[in-house]
Every structure is written in C-alpha cells, then in structure tokens.
Design a binder for this molecule. Sequence first.
Ligand code: ATP
Ligand code: MG
Length: 420
Amino acid sequence: MINIPKGTKDVLPNQSCKWQFIEKSARETAEIFNIKEVRTPVFEHTELFLRGVGETTDVVNKEMYTFEDKGGRSITLKPEGTAGAVRLFIENGLASTPMPLKTYYITPCFRYERPQAGRLREFHQFGVEVFGAKSAETDAEVIFAASTFLNKLGIKKTELQINSIGCRICRAEYNKALKEYFRPHLAEMCETCRSRFDKNPLRMLDCKEEKCKKITADAPKILDFLCEDCNTHFEKVKSLLSANKVPYVVNSGIVRGLDYYTKTVFEFVSTDIGAQGAVCAGGRYDNLVEELGGPSLPAIGFAAGIERLMLLMENTGVSFPDGQKPLIYVAGMDDATRAKAFEIVARLRANGVNAEADLMERSVKAQFKYADKLGAQYVAVIGGNELISGEANIKNMTEGTQTAVKFGEIYSYLKCRQSF
Ligand code: ATP
Ligand code: MG
C-alpha cells in the first residue's frame, strides 16, 4: 500500500461539499466586486519566486519545492499565488488594459514545511490581486472583499489586524533604526536573525524563536518612521474602514512573510485554530510589478488559506450546506420495471433533476434502505401494477405520504414541490 505524501490531504466524497461551499463563496465574492478569475501554471521558473517572494524569506530559503526538469531548467511548484499572477499580468500586456484590473485565483500552493494543524505541504488559497490603483480606497476595497468572503462563509470570530510597513523611502530609515537597535543584541539572537541583519533587518521581526521575540518586542516601531505619504495613506485606510464599520486593530508587529509588501499589510486572525491563526493575509505591493520586469505600477492583494478556513469553521461550529442528495430514487423489481425506472430517471436527469435508480441489482427493500442512506427526498417504486396503470407511487420520505403520479408527470409533480 502506497500512502499519501506527508503534509497533503485527500478530499473525500462526503467532504467535497465543504470545499465547494468555500469555493462558491469565493467566486460569489469576486462576482460582486467585479474581480475576474485568472489561472496560472502550478509550476513556474524558480527565478520568479526568488525575485518575487524575496531571497531572505523562509518561503524561498527553506520551503520551496524546486527541481530540475528534464531540460535542465530550474522549476518550482508555486509556494504562493501573487508572483504568478504578476507574471501573467506583465507577460500578457495587461498593463495596457483599463485600470484597475481586479483578478482572483483559487490555487494549490506548495511549501516544504513541518506539517501540523493548519500547516500543510500542499494547501489551497483563494487570492485576490488588484493592479494599477494606488488609492487608499483600493486598500479598503480589498479588505472589504476579504471580510465579505469571511462573512459569506459564516465566520464571525476573526480579528482584522492592520499595519503599514512603509515604502522604500521610509523603510530605509526604519531599517537603519532597526540595525542600531539590534546590533548590541545580535550575539543573543538566532542564526537566521543574524543572517538577516545585513540583508533585511525587517525580516528579523518575523522570527518565531522565543529568545528573539523577547528582543524584537522592544524594537522601534515602523509606524513611527512612516513618511508623510505613507502616513496619510494609512490614516485614510483606517478612516475608510471605520466609516464602513469594519472593525480592526493596528498591530505594528505584522511584517508578513514575503518581501514584496509596501504600505498597508493586514491579516484576519483567529484564536480558535491554535498557533496558525492567520486565515487570510495580504497587503500592498507597489514595487513588485516593476521588480518582475513590468511597468512601475501599484498593486494590492490578499490570500486566504482554504484548509485553515475549513478548520476554523469546523472548530467553531459554523455550518456547511448539505452535500448533494438525490431528489428522487426510482426503484424497480424485475427486468421490465427496472427498465422503466431507468427510463424515468434518465428523463428526470435530462430536466436537471438529481435522480437515482438501482445499479446493484438490489431487492426493493434494500433499494429503499439505500435511498434513505443517500438522503433521497422521494422514493418511487415501479412494480407490475404500476407498469399497467402507467403511474408511479411516489413516497415523500420526510412526510411519509404517498401519491400516484403518471410516469410522464413526475417531473412536473416534483417541480411543484421543489425549487430547482
Ligand atoms: P504563516 O505565518 O502561518 O506561516 P504565511 O505568512 O506564510 O503564514 P502567506 O504566505 O501570507 O502565509 O499565505 C496566506 C495564507 O495562506 C495564510 O494566511 C494561511 O491561511 C495560508 N497558508 C500559508 N501557509 C500555509 C500552509 N503551509 N498550510 C496551510 N495554509 C497555509
Ligand atoms: Mg509561512
């Protein structure tokens, strides 16, 4: 027996309705915000992520699934969706289409991480990327889209945390201050932090080691270093959120795990799923399009982890809609009646009704039992008498009532009682 690889999960037939519900909610959210779907390959040239995600990030340093293909190219399975979406945007000349361009994707992502609750090696993201708009309204709209999505799922208990990590100009000042602060503590900090000190001190704030966290707790705060432009932008985002009654808290500790962010960054965090509490995270990335070889053009987005959302929904008792069930099961008892049942079911299906007939050559009693297990709402039995009368006896399984209905009128009978 060959097992599933570590850190991956199967979706079983009785669980797929949960996935479909989350995906449907994502698509409905995109629909009302006029966000269009894009699809990019599961793998890209490794270079895209080195430049896009950033060489000093955990994702690039330790988590990527990178391999050489048979043609000797370095290929990486996408660890996140933004870099690919930006490549698509640039490569297809979408910058010359009317701006803003709002896009979304639902995609698998791959990261070689230590698997635990809410942390997998293959996971899925619903992501939104909006290109070409630098206004604070855009930040607010992207955050609204994320919170609309969470609301659609019925998730109430998350906290929106926001921060601004400035632009190139204020970040340079801040990095200087951070280095001054960290320099005397360097000896006490972990190796990763020490290696980040020169290249990317901001990353040190993202360290999860206890000894480092103690030191970073008192580090200078980026919000005290924002330039006027970044500060005004951040104030405006906050006031738009308040005016539209989207509660938030400012958390100056959020720097995000990827290097491309500028200005606004945010996370929707839950305390109900253990340590991996960020169910949705994003921010502005005004330099990435240019850094990946496109025009200088602002952008902002978010990505929500589907497995983490599902875990949160399960842990907090948020209900999922039922999975698919036959509206009607049509039972037969011998060759002739089974053939009739088959024909009735075929006609119902042609009219878009979820209808089932026996494929297992079961007795009528066993068919009833099976229909009940499937959750069929109606069961019709075709026996010898029914063949002669041309009517089926339709039993409503919840109410226990029975009605004789002409074979040709079963569809209209069901339609009168259902909205499908
Ligand atoms: P974390 O701090 O939890 O490692 P991250 O900063 O690496 O998250 P992002 O790259 O921002 O995460 O990804 C966006 C979302 O994707 C996260 O908020 C989370 O819901 C989900 N996610 C990230 N990594 C994983 C993983 N290994 N398994 C499952 N979901 C994940
Ligand atoms: Mg991570």
